[in-house]
Design a protein around this ligand. Sequence first.
Ligand code: G3P
Length: 211
Amino acid sequence: MIIINTKAYRKGVGEKVEKLVENCIEVADPKKLIFSVQPEDLLRLEDSEVEVFAQHIDGVEPGSHTGSILGEGVKEAGATGTLINHSENRLEKEKIKASVDKAKELGLTTVVCAQSPEECAELSEFEPDYIAFEPPELIGGDISVAEAEPEIIEEAVEAAAPVTALTGAGIKTSEDVSKSIELGCEGVLVASGVVKAENPGEAAKELVSGL
Ligand code: G3P
């Protein structure tokens, strides 16, 4: 599984996210890709053949919660899952639990992000579908987690168990993907390696070839 997180990059929002997705699935197997997008872009991708996740949901019920992102809302807009507690949108522990519970109630796949093996262990208690280990200092950089911290990926995989682990940060090559899988992850999260690439389709195809 390769989750392409478009974050709030200019090239990953609005009309550009539609082009990005088209460009990727023209050359890479759409069944191997999931796009994690801004809430207002979910509906744009409703008819696309790729699976689409939200980047966050709040663990609240519909009601008086101005500015919250409703699980019900993202589901209705076509999301099949959600990231929770991404490094760029960290939540308190009880809020992580509330978001996971809400997503589960709605049948959304849950990917909870963690910054360390210790956090992987703590958050696995909430029994999400996946724990994604992403060392914050490597996010957006040129050295991938698979190159820089292979031993810590293994620790994170063990700490997350029995929850299935993913990893991310600086992932750009098929070797990064195959190494992550060899170390026990089921897939990777990637953002800049695809969204900021000159040719996002080729970048996605390269990553898929590492699965
Ligand atoms: O969610 C994925 C992300 O945080 C990794 O970002 O740019 O290092 O691939 P990037």
